[in-house]
Write a protein that binds this ligand. Structure first.
Ligand SMILES: [Zn+2]
Ligand SMILES: [Zn+2]
Length: 278
């Protein structure tokens, strides 16, 4: 079983690995730059070497990089759209330097232009990115809760984008809190099976590469994205137990993005997830 968490890189790359290892993780997710965007500091060869050494030594797999949240590839504004394309290409290069397997990207917001225009903008942007990228990293589109003008809250949105791209460089990251907010029930074993069935028939479970394991502070279909501690939110333990025991998801890493309200929250959420996996 691959279980990990989102780690901070403020103390440097080697410290990020050490932090994941200290929590007993065999996979982790990180930003490659400040999550608020801005210019990224180039990695030094020394820190990259140490990072790779620690990743190999501790058998970490996969390494997942997350794009800053502020980025909007579906933006109808051409300048902002171009900026997003440029930043994603830059982060793909950085993810390659880190020898990461995946770069997670939220499907953007159409900002009132309508869903189809927004989705087309996503396809155009991703096509340009793929045409200008020769590295090893796979882009994972993350489902959203569907707040405001957010796209990607329906599995059909993700499928629509991927069908038009016809590439193996794009797959999916499934966030449980976002799915629940978008109306995909995950509370009972039966509900999880139904949601996975939906995912499989619309997208295909072979394209599910990472799970963001987060409980939800808001109810089913609320369109709200507020993460809660595993088993303590409105999804509850049964849904996570079912996901963790599904044979089809056995190779899929589960990454926690749960809130840190007090010291020890990472430990307790990891403990809960591991005990539900038993
Ligand atoms: Zn997420
Ligand atoms: Zn979220």
């Amino acid at each position: 079983m691959r279980i990990g968490m989102h780690v901070k890189i403020g103390q440097g790359l080697p410290e990020a690995v050490k932090s994941a290892v200290s929590y007993g993780c065999n996979t982790f997710q990180m930003f490659s730059r400040s999550p608020r965007g801005g210019k990224a500091r180039p990695f030094t060869e020394e820190e990259l070497n140490e990072f790779h050494r620690l990743v190999t030594e501790n058998k970490i797999f996969p390494v997942i990089v997350h794009m800053p949240y502020i980025l909007n590839l579906a933006n109808p504004d051409e300048e902002m759209h171009k900026y997003a394309v440029r930043l994603i290409l830059e982060d793909l290069e950085r993810a390659d330097q880190l020898q990461a397997q995946y770069l997670v990207l939220h499907v953007g917001s159409h900002r009132g232009t309508g869903e189809e225009i927004g989705l087309r903008q996503m396809v155009n942007g991703l096509a340009e990115i793929i045409n200008n990228y020769a590295g090893q990293v796979t882009i994972l589109l993350e489902n959203t809760a569907g707040a405001g003008h957010e796209l990607g809250y329906r599995f059909e949105h993700l499928a629509w984008i991927m069908e038009r791209l016809k590439t193996d460089k794009v797959a999916v990251c499934f966030d449980t809190c976002h799915a629940f907010g978008a109306g995909y029930n995950l509370v009972t074993e039966e509900a999880v099976q139904k949601t996975l069935q939906d995912f499989d028939s619309v997208i295909g479970l072979h394209l599910l590469k990472v799970i963001h394991a987060n409980d939800s502070a808001y109810p089913l279909g609320s369109k709200k994205d507020r993460h809660a501690h595993i088993g303590k939110g409105l999804i509850g333990p049964e849904g996570f137990r079912t996901l963790l025991h599904d044979q089809r998801l056995h190779e899929v890493p589960f990454i926690l993005e749960t809130p840190v309200d007090k010291e020890g929250d990472w430990v307790s959420n990891l403990k809960t997830l591991r005990s539900l996996a038993e």
